[in-house]
Design a protein. Sequence first.
Lengths: 301, 135
Amino acid sequence: VLDDLLRRFRAGDRLALSRLVSLVARGEQVGAILAGVEGPRQPARVVALTGSGGVGKSTLTGRLIEQARQQGQTVAVLACDPQSPLSGGALLGDRFRMPARPDDGVFIRSLAAAGGRGALAEHLGPLIRLLEAFGFGVVLLETVGAGQGDTAVRDLVDVLVLLLQPETGDDLQWEKAGLLEVADVIVIHKADLPGAERVEAQVLAMLALSAGAAPPVLRVSARTGAGLAELWDAIAARPLRRGGPGTARDLLRLAQEELADRFAAAEAGRQTEVQALLGRWQRGEVPPARAGGELLRLLRD
Amino acid sequence: MTTPPLRIVLAKVGLDGHDRGVKVVARALRDAGFHVIYAGLWQTPDAVVRTVADEDVDWLGLSLLSGAHMTLVPRVLDLLREAGLGHVGVLVGGIVPETDVPKLLDLGVARVFGPGTPLDDIVAFLRQPREVSRA
């Protein structure tokens, strides 16, 4: 079945893409899928939008889709929303703020982000590579609504866009310090509302305190359209960060993904030694200080 | 292995601006562990089918309070089949006269839920195992 899906994917079949996205999002057969689809091609520009809930990430994502389409680029969107820690259910309501007209150049997938994993769904790295392999020129990633220090997303993308809005000024410097540091572009969103200039001034003042080149700060309103073209230009002007030589952190992240996959496979495949360790762990017979190391030894090649 | 959560698209098709009911259903399904993609109001049949394709869902729930169900639902069903999405189960909710219910079921709708349906009935129905053969 997988071979058939991969063949259809390579022929540009959208339903095959959709099925493969589901498999990768669940962490199933990720290695085989990526090996089956990847080849040399134009790298996509991967852009993440982050910021607290209600700041307008979905709406702005929708407007950026339009900007990219006007420039003749195809767009894939991964929209993350939180998953209930109690039921595992999720209400994924991002795409209804995006253009509804069917367009072959636009693919939108809603993903649930489990609690405790930060602002992102799992397996986003492989998902981005899958969409890139299908040939999308732009991949837009919408986070759950990031908070303080939720900066893991930066490692996955070329351009991290942070959205702020008026009347968040007072706690700005405390809550957003971590995000301001890693943002590549800062958007003062809802700039048609009063107070936008003040937030902008506060951000600029904070950026002036930090060393190094400051990211561009733009006032944008998805409602009026003001600043959208400038935002798209700023995004397009950033150099592609992915694909270059990786950092030590990239290497660690790849190893972590590999480890999670191996553990899932061992658990699903009822590998006896792992099962035995799991049983002892659940009965409280293995001290935490030793358990992790034992698992690592069992999951070695 | 645990089974992955069922995914469902909920949408309002056509000129029908009343979304309270569908939002109550969305919330109930979320609380029951479903992944619910809410596609929103005033959707065209084409747009709904594209959403179903891109979201790779098990179910599509259409909410209609406008009286246009005998026009819009068959159109959505046709487009689903044309798109190779005949395996997706379709539910209809809202105001549907009793005489139209068997017609919709004949066309391929899995179930019609009217006003006053206990939310648990919808959850239980969706959780029943189905035979699915994908295109």
